[in-house]
Design a protein around this ligand. Structure first.
Ligand code: SF4
Ligand code: SF4
Length: 88
């Protein structure tokens, strides 16, 4: 499941720096997550780094983009051809 950033973002940009997939970008009033690039950090980390780094703790699973771990792993492989995923 991709993550999303709801209202309440203080526009600090910390999460964008931590995202291993460059999935987070500056939106108009808050940062946004591109669901096509978000793997929930599968392949890199055991937990979503955006949620872990956000001081207001708002990044959350996006119910409109539900995916299995296998689908997230497939997305990782598509985004990073030839790179071995870290499995947890
Ligand atoms: S969950 Fe991971 S891959 Fe998805 S936006 Fe957050 S930091 Fe990036
Ligand atoms: S770390 Fe949190 S407050 Fe900062 S830009 Fe990301 S979602 Fe917004």
């Amino acid at each position: 499941m991709a993550y999303r950033i709801p209202e309440g973002c203080i526009y600090c940009g910390n999460c964008a720096e931590e995202c291993p997939n460059d999935a987070i970008y500056e939106g108009n009033e808050k940062y946004e997550i591109d669901p096509d690039k978000c793997t929930e950090c599968v392949g890199f980390f055991s937990t979503p780094q955006c949620a872990a780094t956000c001081s207001v703790e708002i990044p959350e699973p996006d119910p409109d983009h539900q995916e299995t771990k296998e689908q997230l792993l497939a997305k990782f492989k598509k985004l990073h051809p030839g790179k071995e995923p870290k499995l947890f």
